[in-house]
Design a protein around this ligand. Structure first.
Ligand SMILES: Cc1cc2nc3c(=O)[nH]c(=O)nc-3n(C[C@H](O)[C@H](O)[C@H](O)COP(=O)(O)OP(=O)(O)OC[C@H]3O[C@@H](n4cnc5c(N)ncnc54)[C@H](O)[C@@H]3O)c2cc1C
Length: 275
């Protein structure tokens, strides 16, 4: 049965990967209220999104972690050896998106990876901001035993790697804690220094955005359904954006801004629809 929920927010964001979390965080820090819609669930307990590497605190788990890293390298074409099925890397649906699997190197997208929706001249500033929020540093612990073991294990799992190619230490996005190291994740982009989700933010996980509903060029809301439920004609929930006449703070004057770069994942069933 369909039901309708009124949502009173300045910004609704679909997807909690690096892109969504960054925009949500900046909107929150500008005093806007935000609803985040995420098809996936939580990667685990703890903060809002969790980094895979935070699951491997002990040295005896380093082989598993090295294997995961190697899979990622193969998937991204950094190494050209056959390494079983790596398709899973293309379909990360979780609070935090693909950042839950990060290698922790510095965010440095190549020129052809930089979205044209953002002016080329703005990219250096944005990347600096990301490095600041993610606590990127040249290297976590240069020469540490743990890093040396990780590199050794990864190299061992890449027997076909050409002799002139090696596994190297990377810049790392992490914070030292009293119990060790906490690796940065997408939640750092959202939360900055704060500990928990602010009152101004609502996270709807396990929820797929189906359609952006607009009329006469004005966005009226978003149709969503719980993962595994609902269909086009019968969404589980309709989030209705209320246009505030007073109070609150807007990023823009006029109707809410909608961006869709056509990268919504088909697997999540999202697409834009105007009616
Ligand atoms: C193994 C691995 C390691 C990586 N390491 C690094 C690294 O070290 N440094 C680096 O800079 N980059 C790295 N990357 C790349 C980086 O993680 C991605 O470029 C980045 O996370 C993409 O962010 P995004 O927000 O665009 O998309 P995603 O992270 O894919 O997030 C999209 C989110 O939107 C949700 N979603 C999509 N459609 C809907 C819908 N209709 N309704 C609700 N939710 C929806 C998805 O479930 C997903 O959670 C790595 C990638 C992988 C796979």
């Amino acid at each position: 049965m369909s039901r309708t929920t009124d949502a009173d927010a300045d910004v609704v964001i679909v997807g909690t990967g690096a892109a969504g979390m960054t925009v949500a965080g900046e909107a929150l820090r500008h005093g806007c209220s935000v609803i985040l819609v995420e098809a996936g669930g939580h990667a685990g307990p703890g903060r809002i999104a969790r980094h895979l590497r935070n699951d491997t605190p002990s040295d005896d788990q380093i082989d598993d972690y090295a294997a995961t890293m190697v899979k990622g390298l193969v998937y991204h074409g950094f190494v050209d050896v056959q390494q079983g099925d790596v398709a899973a890397f293309s379909t990360v649906h979780a609070v935090g998106g693909r950042m839950t699997l990060w290698f922790n190197n510095c965010p440095e997208p190549a020129a052809d990876e930089r979205s044209a929706a953002i002016e080329a001249s703005a990219w250096p500033t944005l990347l600096d901001r990301a490095r600041q929020l993610l606590n990127v540093r040249p290297n976590l612990a240069p020469g540490s035993v743990r890093e040396a073991r990780l590199i050794e294990r990864m190299r061992a799992q890449l027997p076909d790697l050409a002799a002139d190619r090696g596994v190297q230490p990377m810049p790392t996005a992490a914070t030292s804690t009293h119990s060790g190291v906490r690796f940065a994740g997408a939640d750092d982009l959202l939360l900055g220094d704060s500990d928990g989700l602010p009152d101004m933010a609502t996270l709807l996980s396990g929820t797929v955005a189906r359609r952006i509903v607009s009329r006469g060029g004005h966005v009226e809301g978003l149709e969503v359904h719980a993962v595994g439920g609902g269909d086009d004609r019968n969404p589980s929930t309709a989030l209705r954006l209320r246009h505030r006449e007073s109070g609150g703070r807007r990023l823009h004057d006029g109707s809410p801004d909608v961006r869709n770069e056509g990268r919504t994942r088909p697997g999540a069933g999202g697409r834009r629809c105007t009616r």
